[in-house]
Design a protein around this ligand. Sequence first.
Ligand SMILES: Cc1ncc(COP(=O)(O)O)c(C=O)c1O
Length: 380
Amino acid sequence: MGRHFLQIPGPTNVPDRVLGAIARPTIDHRGPEFARMASELLERLKDVFKTRHHVIVYPSSGTGAWEAALVNTLSPGDKVLAFETGHFSSLWCEMAARLGLVVDLVPGDWRHGADPDALAERLTSDVAAVMVVHNETSTGVRSRVPEIRAALDRAGHPALLLVDTISSLGSMDYRHDEWGVDVTVGCSQKGLMLPPGMGFNAISQKALAHRGRLPRSYWDWEPIIAANRNGFFPYTPPTNLLYGLGEALTMLLDEEGLPAVFARHDRHAEATRRAVRAWGLEVLCADEREHSSSLTAVLMPGGHDADALRRLVLDRYDLSLGTGLGRLAGRVFRIGHLGWFNDLMLAGTLSGVEMGLAAAGVPTKDSGVRAALAYLEGAG
Ligand SMILES: Cc1ncc(COP(=O)(O)O)c(C=O)c1O
């Protein structure tokens, strides 16, 4: 009984009014009503990415939008420079290698973001693109994209900058144009509070001019941009998800406003970290400047299995927490605090974790819930 607590770092809780919008009858995607809706949405979507340029919408998960970013801009044998920040950066690199790109991977410990100094050292003249995951969902670490941009600029290097914002878009400050990003990859099921099913590419003028020779058909930007000019798509678009997007953008852009959305996420993230510290546990992110605001990855003390805790809180409290991915399996659990979320949802989530830690016999120092609530009270 009662509502399930979906506190994984995406897919996130979908607001009832977004679900209501999605439930509207599907219309002709080649008719005038659709064209009006899509034209307006494509414009409003630019505000989420903070860009004046085109945003492509794919009926795909984020992985499809990753592929689109690579196949539209790069050619077989091109060198890409990437950072091993966690599970998702590794998967994106594997994809790049499978597509015939040469990946130069800066190794990492999965506790830090992309290192601008390492970029400067590794940046050879043949690098065609730099790939960065803004918010590593597997680790809760944010990469400092403006510093990566600055390092590229200092070197006067023309490489394209490709950034994954899959778990930061609509929940953490992000500025496609101002930060000089060439392709931003996003998707629907996290900060945008929608179900899975839409992937996005925001593209700079430079990226659009820099057409690579990798084979592409479905992902090709050109026919999509051409059809979008009249409010259409070259394939059947996800009409009902677009209804939901309209409602979500009203909530995020018009009602709450992005600055308040980001402040809400920062505040919940800080409250969560305080809870973790009060329990005497360790936040995985090792650099104060790089904390994610959309999720917190928590290291389990030695001898305790994070997945056992996750099973326990699911069975007892109907609370879903994120699992440890890749090399972090069993060692980490992740608390998602992004999307449609408020103080009491955070209090409920942290209470579930606290009760779960006690039931699993994990020793804790103090009440994390009390520490988080004290912070929330003080931080308005
Ligand atoms: C940072 C990041 N990149 C890429 C992906 C892959 O996206 P999807 O699972 O929607 O294909 C995810 C999924 O969670 C992610 O968190």
